[in-house]
Write a protein that binds this ligand. Structure first.
Ligand SMILES: C=C(OP(=O)(O)O)C(=O)O
Ligand SMILES: [Mg+2]
Length: 400
C-alpha cells in the first residue's frame, strides 16, 4: 500500500527568500506526503552538502527518483538507503542533501497518510507517554543571522518549568515581547534577524542584562521557572590563524573562552549552551563539560552535525552532554534517528532543531515528539517558526 509511485520536486521559497527544494511523494494507494528542505547560514564544516536548489533537483530527478519508484514509503530505511545509493557519496554532494532530506521527509509523511496516523505516531511516537519537548525560543540574536547585532548568535528562552507545551510556547512569545519592552525602555532600536529574534546593536554584556530582565518579568507573570540559554556558534567566532575567538576588537584564547562560558553559566544560571567552542576542539568541549556539565546542557551542533561518527568521537572524548539534531545536516531521517538513538544510549540529551532558513514544513515538531527529545529549538515568532510551534500545540491536543 505504501509503494511509491511518484516523486516530484520543485523550487519553492524559504524564509530568507532563497530557493529551496520541496518534494511530493505519492503511493499506489493514494498516500501523499510533502517535505521541504531548510537551509543554514552558520553551517558546520562537516555538514552534508546543500547544492543550489535547481541543480539538486535536476540531479535527484536523474539519479534518485527512478530508484525510489516501487520502494515502500513505510519502510523508511529502504527509502533512505535508496537515496544514499543514488547519491553514492558520504555527504550527499552528488544529489544534494536538500533534495535528499525533502524526499526523506515527504516519504515519511506519505506513509503516515496511508496509515491514517499522525506523522509522530508513524515515526514511533505511540510510546511517547506524556513527555513533550521544551521549546527553546530565540529572543535576541546576531552573529551570522543579523549583522551589527550581538557577537553571540542566539539568546534562547528556556521555559523549563512550564506545565504544558502550550504554556511554554506562549511563555517564549511573552519573553520575546518583554525583550522589546526592555530595549524600548533603554532607547535601543531593534530590527529582527533571520529567525525572528530581536537583533539590537548592543554588546553581548548588555544583551545578557536585557534577556535576564525580560525572563524575570515573564517568570513573575506566569509563575513557573523560565531560564535562558545560548547558541554561541563559536566556530563562526574562531579564527584559526590567530587561534583565538574574536569578539570585535577583543580576542579570547581557548582557555579564556572556557573560563568566560563557565562564568556565564554560573552568573546567569544558564540552562543550555550550544557550540561554546570551535567545531574541531573536542578537548576544549570536554574540559568545559567537565566543569559545568552537571548544571547545564553543553550542546554540539557544528561539533556533531547530526553525524553518528562525530558523535561517537565526542562520547569517547567526553565532549558535550547533548546533541543538536538537524535532519538536513546529515540528509535523511534514518541518519537523524541513528544519531538520536546513539545519544540516548549514552546519556546525551537531544535537541531537535530548525535552521535559520525555514519553510512551513512541520516535520521537526513530529520528530521531537516521536523521539522523546528533551528540547526543540525552533524560534519564537514568525510564520515559518510558529508553523512548528503550533503543530506541537496541536500534537499535545491530539488534533493533527
Ligand atoms: C539554527 C542555527 O543556525 P543555522 O541554521 O544558520 O546553522 C544554529 O546554528 O543552530
Ligand atoms: Mg547552532
Amino acid at each position: 500500500m505504501t509503494r511509491i509511485t511518484s516523486v516530484s520536486l520543485r523550487r519553492v521559497l524559504d524564509s530568507r527568500g532563497n530557493p529551496t527544494v520541496e518534494a511530493d511523494v505519492l503511493t499506489e494507494s493514494g498516500g501523499f506526503g510533502r517535505g521541504a528542505a531548510p537551509s543554514g547560514a552558520s553551517t558546520g564544516e562537516y555538514e552534508a552538502i546543500e547544492l543550489p536548489a535547481g541543480e539538486s533537483i535536476a540531479k535527484a530527478r536523474e539519479h534518485a527518483v527512478p530508484r525510489l519508484e516501487g520502494v515502500y514509503a513505510g519502510d523508511q530505511r529502504a527509502v533512505d538507503n535508496a537515496l544514499r545509493a543514488a547519491d553514492g557519496t558520504d555527504d550527499f554532494s552528488a544529489i544534494g542533501a536538500n533534495s535528499a532530506v525533502a524526499i526523506s521527509m515527504a516519504a515519511a509523511k506519505a506513509a503516515a497518510d496511508v496509515l491514517g496516523a499522525p506523522l509522530y505516531q508513524h515515526l514511533g511516537g505511540a510510546f511517547r507517554g506524556e513527555n513533550f519537548p521544551v521549546p527553546l525560543g530565540n529572543v535576541v540574536g546576531g552573529g551570522e543571522h543579523a549583522k551589527e547585532a550581538t557577537h553571540i548568535q542566539e539568546f534562547l528562552a528556556a521555559p523549563v518549568g512550564a506545565p504544558s507545551v502550550s504554556e511554554a510556547v506562549f511563555a517564549n512569545a511573552a519573553v520575546h515581547a518583554a525583550v522589546a519592552d526592555v530595549l524600548d525602555e533603554r532607547g535601543v532600536p531593534a530590527a529582527k534577524g533571520d529567525e525572528g529574534a530581536w537583533a539590537p546593536p548592543i554588546s553581548d554584556a548588555e544583551a545578557f542584562e536585557v534577556v535576564d530582565e525580560a525572563v524575570d518579568r515573564v517568570e513573575d507573570e506566569v509563575g513557573f521557572e523560565i531560564r535562558f540559554g545560548l547558541d554561541m556558534a563559536a566556530a563562526e567566532l574562531y579564527d584559526g590563524d590567530r587561534e583565538a575567538y574574536v569578539y570585535g576588537d577583543e580576542t579570547k584564547s581557548a582557555d579564556e573562552q572556557i573560563e568566560y562560558v563557565a562564568g556565564l553559566v554560573d552568573e546567569y544560571d544558564l540552562a543550555y549552551v550550544e557550540d561554546p567552542l570551535d567545531e574541531n576542539d573536542y578537548e576544549a568541549f570536554a574540559e568545559l563539560t567537565d566543569r559545568v556539565g552537571d548544571r547545564t546542557l553543553i550542546c554540539g551542533d557544528d561539533l556533531f552535525v547530526t553525524n553518528v561518527e562525530r558523535l561517537r568521537d565526542g562520547i569517547d572524548a567526553g565532549a558535550a552532554n547533548s546533541i543538536l539534531i538537524k535532519p538536513n545536516q546529515i540528509g535523511t531521517l534514518s541518519d537523524a534517528f541513528d544519531a538520536v538513538e546513539l545519544a540516548a544510549r549514552n546519556g546525551y540529551e537531544t535537541v531537535i532543531s530548525h535552521r535559520s532558513g525555514e519553510t512551513e514544513d512541520t516535520t521537526i515538531a513530529h520528530l521531537a515528539v516521536a523521539t522523546d527529545a528533551g528540547y526543540i529549538k525552533t524560534g519564537t515568532v514568525g510564520g515559518e517558526r510558529t508553523a512548528k510551534l503550533n503543530e506541537l500545540v496541536r500534537i499535545a491536543d491530539d488534533a493533527v
